[in-house]
Structure formats: C-alpha cells, structure tokens
Design a protein around this ligand. Structure first.
Ligand SMILES: [Zn+2]
Length: 299
C-alpha cells in the first residue's frame, strides 16, 4: 500500500517537533555537541537560505563533514553539473565561477567542442537589430567508480532525511514522526558513516524532459516504510528512509515501478540499472530548456 503523506506549504498548528538539541546524524547532545545551521539542500546548488535547519538539529561536526566530503559529489555528477550551469546556480559562499562552464577539468569533453553563433541581422537607417542564438556542443562521458556512486547516494539520502527533519520542525506534515527513532538508523549510518561499506544504498532517479530552477519534497508511506521523493531541478529522486539495506532496492522498485509510467527510471546503486522501460538496457532522452534570465547582463 502506498500513501503520500499530506505536505503543505502552510504550517499546521497541531504538530511539529520541538528542537531536539541532539544531532539527528550522530546523536550527540549539547553540551558535547555544538550546533550549526544546516542547509537541507546545499548552498552550492543554489539554496540561498530558503530551506535551513536551525541550531539544535545538526551538529557542527556532521554539518562540516557533509559540506566537505559528501555534498560535492552532487556537482561532480555531470547531470547536476550541466543543470547548474544552464540554470546559473550560484553558491552564495563564493559566487563560484567554475560553474560557468559546461566543460571543465572535472567534466572534460570527449572529442571536439563546437561553438555555434547564429545571428539574424536587421539593418535600418538608424538601427541594427541582432537576434542572437549562441550554443556550445560536445559530449561528456562519465564512467562511475563505485566510490562516486556511493557518495552520490549518500548525498541524496542526506538531503532527503534533512528534508524530513525540516518538514517536522516547520510543521509541514500532519503526522508525528520521531526523527530520532531507531527506524531511521539505516539512513543515518549510510549518509553519515558510509555503512555498511560493501553495499551502495539505492536511489531511484526518474528523469523528466524539463529542467526547472526549483526543488520539492514529498513523503510517502509504503508498506510499513517511509520513503522520500526529492525533485531537484525537474528530476525526481526516491529513497527509502527506513528499509534495511538488504531490502531497500526491492522496496524502491516496488514502490516507484508500478505507478510512474511517464518517467524513465534508473536505480543508482552498485551501477546504473534501468528499471523502466525494463526491456531496454540503455535509453536516450532529449532535453531542451530555455530559461529567461532575470538580468540582461547575467550571461
Ligand atoms: Zn552530529
């Protein structure tokens, strides 16, 4: 049985978790632990304080660990990287310019890169009007190492679990869920400590044809477990927050595989395996996104 838990943009008055003053990742409490404000979705992919956890939920040590060791895996992934470039996502910490380029040292092109300048020119006695289209064309091939898949999975589980904490603190879910409950142990152990070390906890990636500068979170109950779906820039990512490592892949396949007929569905696990359409081994998806820039000079 699958139920989406009601999630509202307006806080409910009746529920909501008090600030635990206990780190949701390592369970250290104050005064041993000092706390930090944690960005649920990292700042480096454009979260400028819209969604943060206040002090008393994530300790400084864990927050620093995720920021330096785990979350950079998102932008190393070429799909996130090209979206970050296309949407011109900025890290408010450094207004990082490396994201200006589709092809960089971490995402080198395979073969040659072409730049195309298309221009329609209209000339009248007093004006010249240029209608410009400028694009860059080339290929990136990513051969995933096991370690990279593990870091990507850990980053996505981290965002999903902190999203749950954010929803509870901000009273967005009409159900009391104890974020410190031992049932979330598999996701804590995996995201924070990479345990168990011999398996990669699976994430289902559902690719759409639209790229959007927004993100979204949904919480589901399926069977006796809780699953989370993240929409990151148009694509959906689903994880189980409670399934054991051994069951997680089967649970996820069952949960998402039956209903989402419009998506191409992959599992990020030991490798990239296609769940839907199941008869194919690989598949091609075409994307084209035009985005209005807010400032004309922001190019
Ligand atoms: Zn901690």
């Amino acid at each position: 049985m699958t139920d989406q838990l009601p999630f509202d943009t307006v806080p409910f008055d009746m529920f909501g978790m008090p600030i635990p003053n206990c780190c949701i990742w390592c369970h250290n409490e104050s005064p041993e632990a000092t706390f930090d404000v944690s960005h649920v979705l990292p700042e480096c992919v454009g979260n400028e304080n819209q969604q943060t956890l206040p002090h008393g939920i994530v300790c400084k040590k864990c927050n620093n660990y995720f920021g330096t060791k785990i979350e950079p895996a998102l932008l190393e992934d070429p799909l996130f990287h090209i979206i970050a470039v296309a949407l011109r996502l900025k890290d408010p910490q450094d207004m990082n310019e490396f994201r200006d380029q589709i092809f960089d040292s971490k995402h080198p092109p395979v073969g040659s890169v072409e730049r195309n300048l298309h221009c329609d020119i209209e000339i009248s006695p007093k004006n010249m009007k240029l209608n410009v289209r400028y694009c860059i064309k080339g290929g990136i091939v990513k051969t995933y190492q096991k370690r990279e898949l593990a870091l990507l999975s850990r980053a996505l589980h981290k965002i999903a679990f902190e999203n749950l904490a954010w929803a509870m603190i901000n009273k967005r879910i009409q159900e009391n869920i104890d974020i410190l409950d031992p049932r979330f142990e598999p996701v804590r152990k995996w995201s924070r400590y990479g345990e168990p070390t011999n398996h990669i906890r699976p994430v289902v990636r559902m690719l759409t044809t639209d790229v959007k500068p927004q993100w979204e979170f949904r919480l589901w109950k399926f069977g006796g477990d809780i699953g989370a779906e993240l929409n990151l820039f148009g694509d959906w990512y689903a994880v189980s927050l409670t399934s054991s490592h051994a069951k997680a892949q089967d649970d996820l396949k069952q949960w998402v595989g039956s209903s989402r007929s419009n998506y191409h569905i992959w599992c990020i696990g030991e490798d990239l395996s296609l769940i839907k359409p199941s008869r194919n081994k690989c598949i091609k998806i075409a994307r084209e996104t035009w985005r209005k820039l807010t400032k004309a000079w922001d190019v």
